[in-house]
Design a protein around this ligand. Structure first.
Ligand code: CO8
Length: 263
């Protein structure tokens, strides 16, 4: 599957910023196999590195993504379920690995797999009506798109356990207090505008350096401090062979604005 038109995804580029919308509004943008296939295809073939950053959101005002498709899961056997989880994990991994900023703009429900996809983005901004939660245990399931791992790293082990054991819903204010979301905005328009604003600010800096910083931060989350510092100094050394590093430091000395190329 390699094309630009998807059944459940809308994609547009505004001011060189990509806006990807999961569009399955009648099912609160729940993730079935087709949505995951389309996301994987999009991330592999159609998410061009020419954009400054990517915003991920859900169609309508009610939901970002209300989770993996519960109806579809009821007919899966163990093998199919673990393949389904693997597909979701691949998608979250691909969002995480993109070298430019990826922001989840959470409008409404971000539950289960939906919350897990948001957690794989660089960070989350949300609207005032946002509701987060990992209610899988209420269905006899556990988070399967990386939630047990990423939520723990973001909000800490104890809070993650409390949220996963109780499956309780977390509203926008609390999501910001516990570091799940960076900020809450009053409307979906403001949410998208703020996400664009952050990407635009970042894009004034070296895209290459941002990509390297993202790589080092993400790697550091999975290894111990010693190993993380080694990755940091290796990449610090490597970046000295980049055009952007030479241009950025020279521009400072020449008291002019740097013209970065992202390489
Ligand atoms: N899956 C499938 N359909 C859904 C989902 C979902 N997760 N969420 C909502 N829908 C559908 C509803 O069935 C309904 O469809 P229909 O009109 O055909 O009946 C439509 O969307 C609208 O939903 P509601 O009528 O329920 O809307 P309400 O405003 O009354 O309620 C809620 C909104 C509270 C969000 C409610 O829909 C809800 O609780 N949804 C389920 C939330 C949930 O439990 N999500 C977690 C799912 S499990 C998961 O994500 C596991 C991820 C890891 C998978 C690992 C692979 C195996």
């Amino acid at each position: 599957m390699r094309n630009d038109s998807y059944e459940f995804l809308d994609y547009k580029v505004e001011d060189e910023i990509g806006i990807l919308t999961i569009n399955r509004e009648d099912k609160l943008n729940a993730l079935n196999e087709k949505v995951l296939d389309e996301l994987r295809d999009f991330l592999e073939f159609n998410c061009k590195s020419t954009i400054k950053g990517l915003i991920l959101t859900g169609a309508g005002e009610k939901a970002f993504i209300a989770g993996a498709d519960i109806k579809a899961m009821t007919s899966m056997d163990s093998t199919e379920a673990s393949e389904f989880a693997y597909k979701g994990q691949q998608v979250t991994f691909m969002f995480e690995e993109i070298r430019f900023p990826v922001i989840a703009a959470v409008n409404g429900f971000a539950l289960g797999g939906g919350c897990e996809v948001a957690l794989a983005c660089d960070f989350i901004l949300c609207s005032e009506n946002a509701v987060f939660g990992l209610p899988e245990v209420s269905l006899g399931l556990i988070p399967g798109f990386g939630g047990t791992q990423r939520l723990t790293k973001i909000v800490g082990r104890n809070r993650a356990k409390e949220l996963i054991y109780t499956g309780r819903m977390v509203k926008a204010d609390e999501a910001c207090e516990i570091g799940l979301s960076l900020k809450s905005l009053t409307s979906k328009e403001e949410l998208i505008a703020e996400a664009k604003n952050i990407i635009n600010k970042a894009s004034k800096n070296s895209p290459h350096a941002i990509g390297v910083a993202k790589f080092v931060i993400n790697r550091g989350a999975d290894i111990n401090l010693d190993e993380g510092l080694k990755v940091e100094r290796d990449m610090f050394g490597e970046i000295f062979s980049s055009y952007d590093m030479k241009e950025g430091t020279l521009a400072f000395l020449e008291k002019r604005k740097a013209q970065f190329k992202g390489e």
